[in-house]
Write a new protein. Structure first.
Length: 143
């Protein structure tokens, strides 16, 4: 009787997958960076991602009314994607490191896609609801 047990690998997101996940808005950006730091057991960076992510979202809420109307929404999406890619390349494993690793393998692209969609809607609610409330109470009058 032989032992043909498969080697179990830990699933991780590639920099491209993290960048795609950032299309889910700020929540997608935070989630995919946080997930990889968590998988890599980088506790201090995991916490920093959540704290800085919350600060980023709060800043976004209060800064959004001051963004000129001429700036397209696509600029924000590009900013999230580029930021996610750069941070992932700097602090996570790159594609070749994951491919050559016996410890890690890629999450499926379907998983990334199906997590990105709810991240987009949560981002919408997390940013739009407070903005709507702040406008309704007259916080941004005179802008």
């Amino acid at each position: 009787m032989s032992n043909t047990q498969d080697t179990v690998t830990t699933k991780i997101y590639s920099p491209n997958q993290v960048a795609f996940g950032a299309l889910g808005g700020p929540v997608g950006l935070i989630y995919f960076l946080w997930a990889n730091f968590s998988i890599l057991k980088k506790e201090s960076l995991t916490k920093a991602t959540l704290i800085l992510g919350a600060v980023f979202i709060i800043t976004l809420i209060f800064a959004a009314p001051y963004v000129p109307k001429e700036v397209p929404a696509l600029a924000f999406s590009a900013m999230y994607v580029i930021t996610a890619y750069i941070l992932s390349r700097k602090f996570h494993l790159n594609k070749s490191e994951i491919t050559n690793s016996e410890e890690y393998s890629f999450h499926s692209s379907f998983r990334v896609f199906f997590i990105t969609i709810p991240c987009f809607w949560v981002s919408y609610v997390v940013v739009a609801a407070p903005l709507h409330w702040l406008y309704s109470i007259g916080f941004f009058t005179g802008i």
